[in-house]
Each structure stands twice: as C-alpha cells, then as structure tokens.
Design a protein around this ligand. Structure first.
Ligand code: PLP
Length: 418
C-alpha cells in the first residue's frame, strides 16, 4: 500500500493538506494525484515495452473521468472499452477510434452496430456475436476473446477466465470460430483473454499466456497469422499496509519472453485498469457521528456504498486514516459506516483509529479503481465531486449532482396528477 507524508498531524495528498481539500470542495470527494497516474502508466508500459512492442489498453471501466482519460491519452495509452458509452466517453476525451478496442459481453446488435460505426476494433466474445456482427458489417479486422480456463481475482465475483465462464469463446469452439470468421470475410488479427481482476500472483498470467500461445500456433499452422496477443488486465495492487507488490518488471520480462520465444507474434496488448488508477486516488469523507453501540464502536461518515461500493459488494479492504490526526496513537477499534439505510453499508470493519470525533476528515485509500465508476444514486444521494491535484493545485474535474438531475428522465403519468 502507498504511504503518505504528514505535516503537523495533517496528511498530505499530492503535497496539499487533505483537510484543505475537504474544506474547499466538501465531502465526500474523490481526489486524484496526476503525477502518480502518469508514473503508474509509465511503469507498466516500461516493464513490457523494453522487451517487445507493447500496447497498453487502459481498462476504462475502472475510472472513466474525462480528465483522467485525457491524461492517459496524452501518455499514449489505448483503451479497453466494454460498452458503447465507454467508447463514446473515450472519444470525447480525445482518443481516436483506432486506439480503442471494444470487448463487450452479450453485446446486442445495436451495440455492435454502434461501435463498428464509430470505427473501433471489436474483440468478439462469442460465436453468436460473430454471426450477428457479420450481418451488420464484415471485412473488419477483429480479435476474439477466448475462455482460457484459468481464473484469478480478489473475489469470486471478478474471476472471469475459468472454464464455464460467461466470458469468451470456450475451448472446443476457438479454432472453428477463427476459421468461420475468415469464411465470413473478417480479418482475424489477434487473440485475447482476461482471467479476472486484482490477482497478486504471476502464475495465472503465465498459465493464461500458455493457452493463448497454444491457440496462436495452432492457428498459424492453419494459415491464420495473428499480429497480437492480448493478455487482458487484472494485475493487482496492494490494498493493505505492508502487503507486498507484484514485481511488474519480472512479470513483463517473463511474459514477453514466452511470446518472443514461442510464437511469431511481435505485439503484446495489456488491459490494466486497477494497476493504473487504483492508488492515484483517495476518497475524503467527513466523520458525522461517533457511536458506542456496546458491542461495537462506529465512526459514521458521509460516504456510503452509494459512493464506494467495493467493501459492501466484494468485502474489499480499503485502508482508512484520519487525515487531521495523521500518525497519532490509535485509541480503539471502529467500524466506519455510511449514511445508507442498510446494515451492509460500511467502508471498513474493526479499524484502530486515533480518537475519532465529529468533523474529522476520514481518508479512504486506493479509491481510484472501481470507486466513482461504480457509485450510484441509491437513497437519492447525489454522485459526488472529483478533484485532480496537479502542478501543486487542486482543481474540480466533476461537480456533484443536484437533485433535479435525478428526476430529469422521470415522468408522472398525467392521470396521477390531481
Ligand atoms: C476484458 C477486461 N479487460 C481488463 C479489465 C481490467 O481489469 P483490472 O482493472 O483488474 O486490470 C477487465 C476488468 O473487469 C476486463 O473485463
């Protein structure tokens, strides 16, 4: 987990006291450090590109803020998009369609038509999608998502590559699907798999790659030469204090060596989401209420699972600190709970904290991936603000919603209006 500095008991984020950011922009607020974002991108790109031609397709589902996309666009990233909305958002942020690959699961005909119309490469997830796409447009360069039979992830809910998964083309159909694609007039250019999200060990990636290499060479023997192998995303990051980090240089060296030695393919694509954005961002939330419930003590804050759903949805650990009592001695253990009317609404369980009081600035770490992008209006609460720290300044990159925005698509039938 990333460490932060403090000054006079106040945590600094991007060089700015978190208390000042919370004061200026209100809470809850997601705050992103631009320089860390750039560093993360460069680190993962460098780990692979020093060995072979590498394309990073940032998995924008992790965080689709336009300002964040714009920074990654400037760094030279490509995009992994899973919906026409994500494709359009990335184009809005400045990505040209040739830098975007669309990998939709259970993609409707309307969505396939829309993404091909926008000119992005389609990574086809099923035999049905191939046949349906051929009736919309053929002659396109395509790749295929296969089910590698290897899964990895921080929770069962995000493991995607295991046998029997809803994602990808199953083992027995892979070769037939490429042959069928050629018959239909498509140009198969690559092969793709994604094993899951948040894995912290290198082995599943090499197991997955072995499967992709096997198909690549089988296809070559059949006269289908692929330009790229896309290993998907899923590289995990440490969320807990003292948790070790995966050695990205070692991963880059070993995976590229496998491709270079065992195939004729000379381009690797990766789709990191979490790795690039996770530790760039903290969620600042305010302590509203402190309660001793006898068997448990609570710190009640103004961000619930409407703002950050990962703890409630995946039992995910997010480190929590009091930004205005940074480094102070902890006094007791608390659950950090939000304002949503459900007992499952919490951000953290049993955390030792230094005498929490109303008004404290509570900092939730590692909130950049699947944080804001999974937030909701549950309990009619507005989506919160986002702030970017860059060049020593804090700037608003998304305003919070007003209640009218939650009503704008709703209609009350005339007959109900008296
Ligand atoms: C196809 C695909 N690629 C990449 C990713 C990104 O995963 P991560 O954020 O763990 O890197 C996902 C996440 O679900 C995915 O489904």
């Amino acid at each position: 987990m990333r460490d932060f500095d403090g000054r006079d008991g106040i945590m600094l984020f991007g060089g700015i006291p978190v208390t000042e950011i919370a004061e200026e922009f209100g809470t809850p607020v997601y705050v992103t450090d631009e320089s860390r974002l750039r560093e993360n991108y460069r680190r993962i790109y460098g780990a692979f590109s020093k060995h072979m031609d590498t394309k990073i397709h940032y998995a924008c589902k992790a965080n689709t803020s336009l300002a964040i996309l714009k920074i990654l666009e400037g760094e030279g990233s490509g995009i992994d998009a899973v919906s026409v909305g994500e494709v359009m958002t990335c184009i809005k942020a400045g990505f040209t369609p040739d830098r975007i690959m669309y990998t939709g699961v259970n993609a409707s005909n309307e969505e396939l038509a829309a993404v091909t119309e926008l000119g992005v490469t389609v990574n086809i997830d099923s035999v049905s999608a191939l046949e349906r796409l051929s009736k919309i447009k053929t002659g396109l360069p395509v790749s295929f998502r296969i089910t590698p039979g290897v899964g990895s992830g921080h929770s069962d809910k995000v493991i995607t590559g295991s046998k029997g998964s809803k994602f990808g083309i199953p083992d027995k159909s892979v070769i037939k699907t490429y042959i069928r694609a050629k018959e239909l007039g498509f140009e198969p250019k690559g092969i793709h798999a994604h094993i899951g999200s948040g894995g912290q060990s290198a082995e599943p990636f090499s197991d997955e790659l072995e499967v992709l290499i096997g198909y690549t060479n089988e296809l070559k023997d059949l006269g289908i030469d692929l330009d790229f192998i896309d290993i998907g995303g899923g590289i995990g990051v440490p969320y807990r204090p003292n948790e070790p980090e995966m050695d990205i240089d070692e991963l880059g060296a070993s995976l590229t060596e496998m491709i270079l030695e065992e195939t004729d393919v000379r381009t690797i694509i990766l789709e990191p989401g979490r790795y690039i954005v996770c530790d760039t961002t903290v969620l600042l939330t305010r302590c509203i209420d402190v309660k001793d419930a006898g068997t448990k003590k609570y710190v009640g804050v103004d961000a619930g699972f409407n703002t950050l759903i990962r703890p409630a949805m995946y039992d995910a650990y997010h480190h929590v600190a009091l930004g205005n009592k940074f480094g102070k001695a902890c006094t007791a253990k608390y659950d950090v709970a939000g304002p949503i009317c459900e007992s499952g609404d919490y951000l953290a369980h049993d955390r030792a904290l230094p005498n929490p009081e109303e008004g404290d600035t509570v900092v939730v770490y590692n909130a950049g991936a699947y944080g804001f992008s999974m937030s909701s209006n549950y309990n009619s609460r507005p989506l919160c603000r986002e702030v970017l720290i860059g060049g020593g300044r804090a700037e608003l990159i998304r305003d919070s919603e007003c209640i009218e925005e939650q009503w704008r698509h709703q209609r009350i039938p005339e007959r109900l209006i008296r």
